[in-house]
Write a protein that binds this ligand. Structure first.
Ligand SMILES: *Cc1c(COP(=O)(O)O)cnc(C)c1O
Length: 390
């Protein structure tokens, strides 16, 4: 039996052991410590933001970002339809409602023109508020999700945000290290969230970060993530807070991982370039390419399979690869079709539905060997020829 090739596994090859040992040796293992401060400062510097607040997960970061951006119960947040479900869940945690916006077909990110049309045609303006004509609810924020390591067209999104006076919350969980023009992802909207879950480009085991230039929002984020403590000595709280802290041990891993960010995005890009080169000639296969205004990190390398031309569906290819011990995954079910969110308001979503049907994410761990890449490439070519022969 050949070795299992996982989709995307963490890479530990820096100072993780050293920094974690230091936490254990000094007893600074819990929710405060020098590594938490350092990790916050270094992530802020990496994405050129003034402030960063570490959190226990990317989902927790999104929850707090929505709160500090002023999203209230029974308001609405315009959000990418094709994404991991976490940001939609975070919208529900604050009691607000997601409205789903389709992807564009070039880079598969939130479509700014559908977003603009929705605001223009489906909303009205009263007393400085944007109100959804169908639901009667106030639109409170925009939540674009940079999927698969490629940025959303943020120039267009920020323009729309300014025009309608809506805060822009970036879900940058999958795109640390990416940029739009000269601007790093995370510094494009008003506030942004990162995840350091095990499958992300760098990991702390589990964790997240809020970044922003808004010092009030940063202070409030720190307050809410640390149980809304009002006094350093007395147990006095004037708000419902959360325990969303990142531990010093996790932050120590994060500091070691962050030192490798450039190297790791370089590995991801090289894997993507190789796959694209080697699979380019296959009929019916296309790729998540990079816009000329963007720098993608190719976090999760994904192909689209046109069954009519390739001869096999994406799900059929998934099974063929699985038999050969190669893990691949489809993209996420578009949220307007998902059980908790079906029937909720959305734009037309034919692009995300097509992407969902056709997409397959291929193994692309940072440490994926050339031999493993060869196995994946050969397995796909063989599947194509065998499909043809039938
Ligand atoms: C991973 C991810 C999250 C959630 O991050 P956790 O740290 O697992 O809570 C949120 N949004 C997107 C787009 C993600 O990919």
């Amino acid at each position: 039996m050949t070795d299992f090739i996982p989709l995307c596994e963490p890479e530990i090859r820096g100072h993780e052991w050293k920094y974690v040992k230091e936490c254990l040796d000094t007893g600074w293992v819990s929710s405060v410590g020098a590594y938490v401060d350092r990790f916050e400062q270094e992530v802020a510097a990496t994405v050129q933001c003034q402030h960063a607040v570490a959190t226990s997960s990317g989902t927790a970061a999104l929850h707090i970002a929505l709160l500090v951006a002023g999203v209230l119960p029974d308001e609405e947040v315009l959000i990418s339809n094709l994404t991991f479900i976490a940001p939609a869940n975070a919208v529900r945690y604050v009691g607000a409602w997601p409205v789903f916006v389709d992807s564009e077909s070039d880079y598969w990110q939130l479509d700014p023109s559908k977003l603009a049309d929705f605001l223009e045609l489906q909303c009205r303006f009263e007393a400085g508020r944007v109100v959804n004509k169908i639901s009667g609810r106030r639109i409170a924020a925009l939540l674009p999700v940079h999927i698969l390591g490629h940025p959303v067209d943020m120039k267009a999104i920020v323009d729309i945000g300014q025009r309608y006076e809506l805060p822009v919350i970036e879900d940058a969980s999958e795109a640390l290290g990416a940029s739009c023009g000269q601007e790093p992802v995370g510094h494009l909207g008003d506030i942004a969230c990162f995840s350091f879950n095990g499958n992300k480009i760098i990991t702390t085991g589990g964790g997240g970060m809020i970044v922003t230039d808004n010092s009030d929002w940063a202070t409030r984020s720190k307050y809410l993530t640390t149980q809304a403590k009002d006094d350093p000595i007395e147990f006095i709280h004037s708000d419902v807070g959360y325990n969303y802290r990142l531990s010093n041990v996790q932050a120590a891993i994060g500091c070691a991982q962050l030192e490798k960010l450039q190297e790791y995005t370089g590995c991801k890009r090289a894997i993507a370039e190789r796959y694209t080169r080697e699979l380019l000639d296959l009929p019916g296969l296309s790729f998540n390419s990079q816009a000329d205004w963007a720098e993608s990190t190719f976090w999760l390398y994904t192909v689209l399979i046109d069954e009519g031309k390739f001869g096999l569906s994406s799900r059929r290819l998934l099974k063929i690869l699985a038999v050969q011990n190669i893990q691949s995954r489809p993209l996420w079910q578009p949220l307007h079709l998902s059980e908790p969110y079906k029937g909720m308001l959305s734009t037309s979503c034919e692009i995300s539905e097509k992407l969902y049907a056709q997409a397959l994410c291929l193994p692309c761990s940072i440490g994926l060997s050339k031999e493993s890449q060869d196995r994946v490439i050969e397995a796909i070519w063989t599947a194509y020829y065998e499909g043809k022969a039938k």
